[in-house]
Design a protein around this ligand. Structure first.
Ligand SMILES: [Zn+2]
Length: 146
């Protein structure tokens, strides 16, 4: 069994619409993201004799750095005259909660891995952990066959 771990962090803001309390207002976190990918044996890029580019996975976290994470229904931040579009990441779901940020990262990682191992018949397990604060973590995992 082989395991690839890619860790990174990003600074990003969000707010939770309809939340009763301080999370309803725009605030930021230094988020930490961790991917764990496991397969019996990852296919190798032959000329490099390596499997996964750690940078490609970490870029998923880095893409959100210094941006505003919003839900599709948060239309205020989708008005170009209010906020520059490149400074916004639209996270699927009703709110950019840690759960939805986690699933967004998991889906993006699946695309990266699909691009690396197209039609190779690889069975792998992927797990993402998003740490929002010192004490708040969310983890989701999935079994995938490419
Ligand atoms: Zn928050």
């Amino acid at each position: 069994m082989e395991t690839i771990r890619a860790h990174s962090h990003f600074h990003a803001a969000h707010r939770q619409l309809d939340y009763e309390g301080k999370c309803a207002w725009v605030h930021g976190h230094t988020w930490r993201g961790k991917f764990v990918v496991q397969a019996e044996r990852f296919p190798r890029i032959e000329k490099l004799d390596m499997s996964v580019d750690f940078g490609a996975l970490k870029n998923i976290f880095k893409f959100m750095d210094h941006k505003m994470l919003i839900s599709p229904r948060d239309t205020v931040f989708q008005q170009p005259e209010v906020f520059e579009p490149e400074g916004v990441v639209v996270i699927p779901g009703k709110n950019p909660s840690v759960e939805n940020v986690g699933h967004y990262c998991l889906n993006e990682a699946e695309k990266v891995l699909e691009g690396l191992f197209p039609s190779k018949g690889v069975d792998y397990r992927i797990e993402v952990t998003i740490q929002e604060t010192d004490n708040n973590f969310f983890t989701a995992e999935k079994q995938v066959t490419i």
